[in-house]
Design a protein around this ligand. Sequence first.
Ligand SMILES: Nc1ncnc2c1ncn2[C@@H]1O[C@H](COP(=O)(O)OP(=O)(O)OP(=O)(O)O)[C@@H](O)[C@H]1O
Length: 291
Amino acid sequence: MLELKIQNISKHYKEKTAADDITFTLKNGVYGLLGENGAGKTTLLRILCGILMPDRGDVTLDGISIRKMGAGYRTLLGYLPQDFGYYPDFTVKRYLLYLASLKALPRDKALVKYKEMLELTGLLGEEKQKIKHLSGGMIRRLGIAQALLNDPKILLLDEPTAGLDPKERIRFRNIISSLGHDRIVLLSTHIVSDVANAADRILIMRRGKIMENNTPDALIQAASGHVWEFVTTPAKADICQKQFTVCNVKTEGNELRMRVLSGERPFAGALAAAPDLEDAYLYATENREVL
Ligand SMILES: Nc1ncnc2c1ncn2[C@@H]1O[C@H](COP(=O)(O)OP(=O)(O)OP(=O)(O)O)[C@@H](O)[C@H]1O
């Protein structure tokens, strides 16, 4: 099993710190990289791809620096950038075969592989369609198809569900879940539900640092006892918004059902609620200064 080690990685853009002494190890499985916009996710993924040099630290695969591996590393890698470049006038088939040739796949293998990828991503039948005529969701699926052409052992996906409707998100999540058995999959997103079911581990990134690296269950467990629900009036809800981190608000007739984070029971009538991963993410990031 491959072991991708990220060791003391730092990256600065002028005075901005995008990666701040990051250390963690990836093995086979699906990892969700969660963080708000600007947390440093894209920077980290680009460093893992070897297309961005860190100021400090190193990334090693089975003990060998990826800088030294060069092209050998790239053959093991599949990458879906946030804004992946595609050619609007290319057909789906031409695009995938073109990408396969860039990845140095022999033609006969490419012809088999591109069909397999179309099947996996639900695009079979769209071969002759020009990319500019595909929906946003189909283009994203085409993005994952190209990233998988060389059967990569390391798959890096940067915000793959951005702009997708709920049905496409579910479709995408199902594809991701099926991929983590025999490879490293790292998926960056700021949407918790994108990784809630698919990820074996969750990395939470904030201001260039990895604040948490744990299983979803362990994160949920840590938030246990800190999530409360109660029904209140709109006027009182305003006060609560200022007092607590609010996980959710739902209208119930003239009143509001609030779900908040609190170290102790906020009111006599508040009931302890079982945390979900969204609550756990808020709990892990709320009021915690990044050291
Ligand atoms: N080329 C650059 N020059 C200057 N600052 C940059 C550059 N690239 C990123 N940054 C800054 O570094 C920080 C991390 O950016 P990055 O794109 O890695 O975050 P992100 O978590 O991927 O955010 P998003 O979800 O918005 O893409 C941000 O504050 C960003 O403005």
